[in-house]
Design a protein around this ligand. Structure first.
Ligand code: ATP
Ligand code: MG
Length: 605
């Protein structure tokens, strides 16, 4: 299977002076690190619970630093809406989370029971996450902008026992449906201010009376710690189950892909309602003892540049959609902000267009590292990581401890097996389904209540990711598209990412979403939806110009035949373009599960 062009190779490889990266020496040699690394080695670098038994995420993230005399270090730095700053040390965070654990215990919440949050990025959230682990219970973050029904659905699916939220969110999204949630035993309000709402409790009051839990519940590496709902890009969100041992992967990947050192000022912009906001917004950086910047506000170009500069951020983890937003805001916005502390930018969640990597190089003067992973993998699997030359448009190479492969598929998209083993595609530039050898610590252990769906993710010795990719001769992986988004046109297999990235090179195009629409002759035709940059108006002339531009670069077989302008592309709240919605709207089909659809501000619940 081939696509019509060899697009990615048009971009220059970015080699870096790794000397300026303060990369740990053992990272400089990718191959050697892969050969010598083992998960047990990473596990041994963590301390485990005192007394030699058990592994607990919260202990590794917080208490371990206190025990080692590092409790005075700054753990969290909250940037308030008014730009005021509130800091919490590791010692304070250990105390706060210990108190939350006591609150749970005194309320009779036991190990394995589920604690949900419906909160923005406030200090109580961090105490709740870590305190839940300390009590041996399971944490499940929800995105605070969900509407009442998606909230109810997830609380119900996850059998929530406790919900931590604000008064306003509770009134609007939970109270009207509370009767249908008989398992929901306790609702804790972070802002009750002494006057709790009926059927809720005042968290501050309970915390004030609590003594930090002395003995962290002894959890084993395989005990459930987190429940994460996927982004819902392809359909109904699934509840992925993760265990305490995931912290081993957060630790190792935090080192390999994010190059975290204790003196780093680190900022992850992902909402804690998504897996990135949890794994890399809370756990991985705290395990490394860094200072984590938390912006309590939403995405805004001016504010973001200001935070990067004023807080002297050294490592920044964000998403392509945010970077494209900064690009759209123009280079002037970047100018005048001192980003000299920043070593590199890492990106995850969606394919990172080469155009964005080149923009990072030109405008920010910084390398932008792509990272690929999923809710299911629990941690970064493939990355263009700091010690490696960047190939713009590529996701990079598998991390140490990760074995990736491309599984061949039959005409129906099913994996091809021989003697029980999956057949792999090894020819450079051929496309296969990206697959991973099971066995890394942060791998999900099931979809909640969906045994069959979980089972279907594995075949012939591999975990199948549902994404299609190719690999070049040097082992770099190139994302082609989600299995469901890939377009078949006149015998060509076309990845929407390649077409979208090409369209973005046109000066008028800010963002693009590409789908296949049925055609009696070609099977499918490529159709693009395009958001224009500021200063460009829609016209037939521009439409034809963009199509002509793509045709010149991609060839007639791959370039879009059809192109519509749109004021904004539909996205999930985690920032991914919802191609399935573009498609169902185009074809007049039912729109499916839209619980994670980002709405225009005026439509937000
Ligand atoms: P659902 O599984 O509910 O449809 P989702 O797959 O979008 O939603 P996530 O687990 O949040 O939910 O996202 C993982 C997916 O995001 C990957 O499978 C891949 O399709 C995409 N993705 C993540 N990072 C990258 C990347 N660096 N390049 C390309 N695609 C990426
Ligand atoms: Mg998925």
């Amino acid at each position: 299977m081939r696509t019509g062009t060899a697009g990615p190779t048009r971009w220059p490889t970015i080699t870096k002076d790794t000397g300026s990266f303060a990369v740990r020496p053992n990272l400089a040699d990718y191959e050697a690190t892969r050969r010598t690394f083992s998960w047990d080695q990473a596990r041994n670098e963590l301390s485990g619970l005192p007394g030699g038994q058990g592994l607990n995420m919260a202990y590794e993230a917080v208490d371990r630093h206190v025990v080692r005399g590092q409790g005075g270090r700054e753990a969290l730095r909250f940037i308030r809406a008014d730009s005021g700053v509130q800091s919490l040390t590791y010692l304070e965070l250990a105390g706060q989370s210990g108190k939350f654990a006591t609150v749970l215990r005194e309320l009779g919440i036991r190990r394995g029971e589920r604690v949900f949050s419906l909160l923005g990025r406030c200090p109580d959230l961090y105490a709740a996450v870590l305190g839940t682990f300390k009590n041996g219970s399971v944490f499940c973050p929800l995105f605070s902008a969900f509407g009442p029904e998606p909230v109810r659905q997830r609380l119900h699916l996850g059998a929530a026992r406790v919900l931590v939220t604000t008064r306003a969110l509770y009134r609007k999204k939970v109270a009207p449906l509370r009767d249908s949630l008989p398992d929901l035993h306790v609702v804790l309000l972070v802002d009750a201010d002494g006057t709790p709402e009926p059927e809720t409790l005042d968290l501050a009051e309970l915390m004030a009376a609590a003594v930090p839990l002395r003995d962290i519940e002894v959890t084993r590496p395989d005990d459930m710690a987190l429940l994460h709902f996927t982004s819902g890009t392809t359909g109904t969100p699934k509840g992925a189950v993760h265990v305490h041992d995931a912290v081993t992967a957060h630790y190792a990947t935090g080192r390999f892909a994010l190059d975290l050192h204790p003196d780093d000022i680190y900022w992850c912009t992902a909402d804690p309602g998504w897996v990135t906001g949890m794994s890399y917004g809370i756990i991985a950086p705290l395990v490394h003892g860094v200072t984590v910047v938390v912006d309590e506000e939403e995405l805004d170009a001016e504010r973001w540049y200001r935070i990067l500069a004023e807080q002297r951020v050294t490592v920044w983890y964000t998403a392509p959609t945010a970077l494209r937003m900064l690009m759209k805001a123009g280079p002037d916005k970047a100018a005048g902000h001192d980003l000299s502390a920043l070593r590199f930018v890492a990106s995850v969640g969606e394919p990172l267009n080469p155009e964005v990597v080149m923009w990072g190089q030109d405008v920010l003067g910084l390398p932008v590292h792509d990272n690929w992973w999923q809710t299911e993998t629990g941690g970064i699997m493939i990355a263009n990581y700091p010690a490696m030359p960047i190939r713009p448009g590529s996701m990079g190479r598998p991390l140490p401890g990760i074995e990736a492969g491309l599984v061949a598929r039959d005409a129906d998209g099913k994996p091809l097996l021989r003697d029980g083993e999956a057949l792999l595609v090894n020819d450079p530039d051929s496309i296969g389904e990206l697959a991973l050898r099971p066995g890394w610590p942060s791998m999900f252990r099931g979809y909640l209540n969906e045994e069959e769906r979980y089972r279907r993710c594995f075949a012939g010795g591999w975990y199948l990711t549902g994404d299609l990719a190719r690999r070049d001769a040097d082992g770099y992986y190139w994302f082609v598209g989600r299995g469901d988004d890939v377009i078949k046109s006149s015998g060509h297999l076309i990845g929407p990412f390649e077409v979208e990235s090409c369209l973005m090179e046109h000066p008028a195009v800010a963002e693009a979403g590409v789908i296949g629409v049925p055609d009696p002759v070609a099977g499918q035709l490529v159709k693009a939806f395009v958001e224009l940059r500021q200063g460009y108006g829609q016209s037939e002339e521009l439409r034809l110009d963009i199509i002509g531009f793509a045709r010149k670069r991609l060839g007639a077989a791959v370039a879009p035949r059809l192109l519509d302008f749109t004021p904004s592309l539909p996205r999930t709240r985690s920032g991914k373009i919802l191609r399935r919605l573009l498609k169902s709207r185009e074809l007049g089909l039912p729109e499916g599960d839209l619980s994670t659809l980002e709405q225009a501000p005026e439509q937000r619940p």
